[in-house]
Design a protein around this ligand. Structure first.
Ligand code: CTP
Ligand code: CA
Length: 237
């Protein structure tokens, strides 16, 4: 879609969008990370800005991506830094979209100097949980620290397994997180990570379920933003 053909339906709206993966340091030269490219979050930020939104993009590590035009980009490294920055911008946001791949765990301690190989078998690496930024936003909204009208959107990449399929896990995740919308990507078989196309579903806390189908990340971004606009409009009626 050409930018000049897009609706200007986000004028006056503030969007906070996260993208990319966090890296959790182990020592000065090593980290735990993930394969997130950041492309979906960047596409969301670019399309939202083209539709007139005032966008803050909070980016972890990504493949080399140009900063989207007319978007404020804040770089973070770890999940804890991402949480601090998200919470700083959240009180002013009309919508928060958590497209980032946030590390679930971090090493319990960060060695001050490079961990040496030594002569023996290696130690295990103790991990601790990172806070769930998305669930924390929902809790903050419930507690009145973030406006009740703020729309909160989560992402989920699911493979399904012998206990349940992608949609079963996704519905449970939406309920657990308490967000308004959950964008579900079916992953595995080379899908979603490091590719330019996605397919999946958009689940709403109102019970709605829409197939997103296959399409570019820009097209998918447009569909997600359409759903955010629909929540804005349902709240103003
Ligand atoms: N998320 C977050 N903070 C975390 C982990 C995840 O805000 N510490 C957000 C992601 O940005 C995404 C959503 O939560 O929007 C779902 O992430 P996902 O990893 O699919 O969910 P988890 O609850 O971590 O479950 P899983 O065990 O499947 O990893
Ligand atoms: Ca996770």
């Amino acid at each position: 879609e050409r930018a000049d053909a897009l609706p200007r339906d986000l004028v006056g709206r503030k969007l906070v969008i996260t993208a990319g993966g966090t890296r959790e340091p182990l020592d000065p030269v090593r980290f735990l990370g993930n394969r997130s490219s950041g492309k979906q979050g960047y596409a969301l930020a670019r399309v939202a800005a083209q539709r007139g939104a005032d966008v803050t993009l909070i980016a972890g590590f990504t493949t080399e991506l140009a900063d989207p035009a007319a978007v404020d980009v804040v770089r973070v490294k770890t999940a804890q830094q991402m949480q601090t920055v998200v919470r700083k911008f959240a009180p002013d946001a009309d919508a928060i979209v958590m497209a980032a791949a946030v590390a679930d765990f971090r090493p319990a301690t960060i060695a001050g100097s490079k961990i040496k190989k030594g002569a023996n078998e290696p130690d295990s690496i103790p991990l601790v949980r990172n806070d769930d930024i998305l669930a924390g936003l929902v809790d903050a909204r419930t507690a009145g620290e973030i406006e009740s009208s703020t729309v909160i959107v989560g992402f989920a990449a699911e493979t399904g397994d012998e206990h349940g399929d992608v949609l079963t896990y996704a519905r449970a995740k939406l309920a657990r997180k308490g967000c308004d919308l959950l964008v579900v990507n079916a992953v595995g078989d080379g899908k979603a990570f490091e590719v330019d196309h996605n397919d999946g579903w958009l689940l709403g806390s109102d019970g709605s379920e829409a197939a997103l189908g296959e399409g570019s990340k820009a097209l998918l971004a447009g569909r997600v933003l359409d759903a955010v606009v629909a929540v804005f409009e349902s709240a103003s009626n």
